[in-house]
Design a protein around this ligand. Structure first.
Ligand SMILES: *Cc1c(COP(=O)(O)O)cnc(C)c1O
Length: 381
């Protein structure tokens, strides 16, 4: 089955009791038992809920995996992966990961005795010197947020496998439409379903997809024990969002490309980050492991001026100034003061999150209106 057909149908069965074609919202916390311990696979909705099950089956199919588990947020999903570890374990991760991931790793889990190395993962040969017998996990994001760097998943996977280290990829920016990390050797794929999967900025949810049965059992045990489960209404919303994932992603990619080229040719722009440019860092790897370059475009204003960035962010009219990404509507974000505010200034500068940097989540509006909007906002800078 091809991707669009899978998005609509894979893992989804009409409701067995009523024939409802759309998966019902099973708004129930508990399920009747015939006698103690005998039920239809559902006992208590923290562990499993039928609406969630259909979404998980669908997501597993989209990532070419055997199992998916949904969580109440992307952070809930990441949290479950870190709970596979114990004090003394070490993690190798990127130096410009999602701000919330950095905050969880550094503020919550470092005090619990887990050590994180925030390194340049874009050159896979850089990784080996950080590996020792305590290294248990490599946590990578690609493309990264906000400077859209590319990690070579196959190359990192080879290193992880050789050293018996679990490799997890945050695939939020690419979505399964553009990239399938399990096919490239990753052990765990993570999504903030809040973004492209949901696609309509109306739900917060996370997901993990894996192939290994035992890893799935351990992660599901963590979900059921710790309780970061999503509700049935949210599961329904993401299921509905995914039905148009392929249509939306195609439009995001087309609009993203046009916005990137427009910015590149504009005299007030310093640098444009978009992995589709021939001269972009990691462009060859992106071409190899992705089926398109996505709808995220970041850029700096000449002179890296904070006030200029503020003026742009406050004067766009079609774009909305807001955190998050991946919805149908276009958003602009000032990473240094919004999504990445919790990262120390020195770390931010190292990762290119400078005062003049803006990140666009290019939506699916008509491209002429998006370009006109950017153009008029740049005139006011
Ligand atoms: C949003 C995001 C997360 C966190 O997901 P939530 O659903 O907001 O908890 C993690 N990684 C990336 C790349 C994200 O964009």
């Amino acid at each position: 089955m091809k991707f669009g057909t899978k998005a609509l149908h894979a893992g989804i069965e009409p409701d067995p009791t009523t024939g409802a074609v759309m998966t019902p919202i099973y708004q129930t916390s508990t399920f009747v038992q015939e006698y103690p311990g005998k039920h239809k696979g559902y006992a208590y909705a923290r562990g499993k809920n039928p609406t969630r099950t259909q979404l998980e089956n669908n997501l597993a199919a989209l990532e070419n995996g055997n199992h998916a588990i949904c969580f109440s947020s992307g952070m809930g999903a990441i949290d479950a992966v870190i709970k596979l570890l114990k004090p003394g374990d070490e993690v190798i991760t990127g130096d410009d990961i999602y701000g919330g991931s950095y905050r969880m790793f550094s503020k919550i889990y470092e005090p619990f005795g887990i050590k994180f190395h925030y390194i340049n993962l874009y050159d896979a040969s850089n990784i080996e010197k950080y590996i020792n017998s305590n290294t248990k996990l490599i946590w990578a994001e690609t493309p990264t947020n906000p400077t859209l760097k590319i990690v070579d998943i196959e190359a990192v996977s080879a290193i992880a496998k050789a050293n018996h280290i679990t490799l997890a990829i945050d695939n939020t920016f690419a979505s399964p439409y553009l990239q399938n990390p399990l096919d490239l050797g990753a052990d765990i794929v993570m999504h903030s379903a809040t973004k492209y999967l949901g696609g309509h900025s109306d739900v917060v949810m996370g997901a993990l997809v894996v192939n290994d049965d035992e890893l799935y059992q351990r992660l599901h045990f963590i979900l059921n024990s710790c309780g970061a489960n999503p509700g049935p209404m949210d599961s329904f919303l993401v299921l509905r969002g995914i039905k148009t994932l392929h249509l939306r992603m195609k439009a995001h990619c087309e609009n993203g490309e046009k916005v990137a080229h427009f910015l590149k040719n504009h005299p007030k722009i310093g640098h444009v980050y978009w992995p589709g440019f021939e001269d972009a860092n990691g462009h060859q790897i992106a071409k190899k492991q992705m089926r398109g370059f996505g709808g995220m475009v970041s850029f700096t204003l000449k002179g890296d001026d904070f006030d200029a960035a503020m003026r742009f962010a406050c004067n766009v009219k079609v774009f909305t100034l807001a955190e998050s990404l991946g919805g149908v509507e276009s958003l602009v974000n000032h990473p240094a003061s919004m999504t990445h505010a919790s990262i120390p200034k020195a770390e931010k500068d190292k990762a290119g999150v400078v005062d003049g940097l803006l990140r666009l989540s290019v939506g699916v509006e008509d491209i002429e209106d998006l370009i006109l909007d950017i153009d008029q906002a740049l005139d006011l800078v």
